[in-house]
Design a protein around this ligand. Structure first.
Ligand code: KG4
Ligand code: ZN
Length: 353
């Protein structure tokens, strides 16, 4: 069963073809990140407009790369939430139109769940993909860490899961992006901080970890504000000094130390909870997904503290992509989940798990 997956929830216009929920036949991503970098964050209207320009060429490339014609495609899958409204609309309207005109079943996919399903892709003939050797087993502890989400989820089986905890304020990736901005590093902050942190001392500063009542919830606004206060102090500036001017006053060594210390604390925050959940639920596998899953620091800390070998997927399947959407849709199609109505499917920007 070959499924075309379409993803447009944020700044990546993406399409991919996945066979039987495990074989990656193509994966095409056009990002409008370069444009947003100028503004230090995603501008929703610009992202939506770039989706309109890119969506059809990206889908054509995905079919081409997979050596498929429309006749070979068995179903179309699309992210319908969570995400930016204007962006989701482009993907959903395109998928609905194609489902009707090409006469294919349509599957509506939850973006956050899909991030974990990237780990079910185990085969490809495409060059330069480092994939897990086998799909994760259940019960599966999933950690979704991205620009919009930080969630800890226990899957007993496909479509049978419990959301253990999530962030009450900023998502972890968002915190990386904001700290990156304070340090004057290029957007997105996650990879920039990872690069900068390499030459820094991760114990130079002790940023506080939030203490929350709910066992598995996170908060990243505290450590993020602590970074701002520390940087103000290092620069000898008060709260009223414009934060975008602070970076010019920092040395490269100071930036590296702040980056390394923040990265350690932010990653520890999610790993602490993953370890707690591991001890409580004794899962057969642990999987991570979302842009921050590309973080080498996260992979290092998890591998050190979880007593189970964790298979990580390729960095290209951690950030937003159409392959994870196609993969989850395959399980929907084969596990009795209903197809969507191509005449009625609506977006759900605040879709939760
Ligand atoms: O999943 P994603 O592509 O989009 C959302 O659904 O949000 O995640 C983007 C986020 C950004 O906040 C970016 O800073 C972060 O992923 N990110 C990283 C790394 N690569 C991307 N964070 C930490 N380390 C990385 N290497
Ligand atoms: Zn995402």
């Amino acid at each position: 069963m070959k499924i075309l997956g379409i993803e447009t929830s944020c700044d990546e216009t993406a399409a991919a073809v996945v066979e039987d929920g495990k074989r990656l036949l193509s994966n095409v991503v056009a990002s409008s990140m370069d444009i947003h970098a100028k503004y230090g964050g995603v501008v929703p209207e610009i992202a939506a407009r770039s989706h309109i320009e890119s969506i059809m060429p990206v889908i054509a490339d995905a079919l081409d790369q997979a050596n498929c014609s429309w006749d070979d495609i068995d179903a179309i899958a699309v992210t319908y939430g969570a995400g930016l409204g204007g962006c989701l609309l482009v993907g959903v309207m395109t998928a609905r139109t194609l489902a009707i005109t090409k006469n294919k079943p349509l599957y509506a996919v939850n973006h956050v769940e899909a991030h974990i399903y990237a780990n079910f892709i185990t085969q490809t003939s495409l060059p330069n993909y480092n994939l897990p050797k086998k799909e994760p087993a259940f019960p599966l502890l999933g950690l979704i860490v991205s620009g919009g989400h930080s969630q800890l989820v226990l899957w007993r089986d496909h479509f049978d899961y419990t959301l253990l905890g999530q962030t009450g304020d900023d998502a972890i990736g968002e915190a990386f992006d904001k700290v990156g901005k304070v340090l004057g590093l290029p957007y997105p902050g996650g990879p920039s901080i990872a690069r900068m942190a390499k030459s820094g001392d991760s114990h130079a500063f002790t940023f506080p970890k939030a203490r929350l009542e709910a066992k598995y919830d996170y908060s990243f606004s505290g450590p993020k504000t602590a970074v701002l206060r520390t940087v103000q102090k290092l620069c000898g500036k008060e709260h009223d000094f414009p934060s975008f001017k602070l970076a010019e006053l920092l040395s490269e060594a100071q930036k590296a130390d702040v980056a390394a210390s923040f990265q350690r604390i932010a990653v520890e925050t999610v790993v602490d909870k993953a370890v707690l959940a591991f001890e409580e639920f004794n899962p057969a596998a642990v999987a991570i997904g979302g842009g921050v899953a590309a973080s080498p620091e996260l992979r290092k800390q998890l591998s050190e503290r979880i007593p189970l070998p964790i298979e990580y997927t390729d960095m290209k399947l951690c950030t937003d992509n159409g392959a994870m959407v196609a993969t989850l849709a395959y399980y929907q199609a084969t596990h009795g989940q209903p197809a969507a109505d191509p005449y009625g499917l609506d977006i759900q920007p605040n879709l939760s798990m």
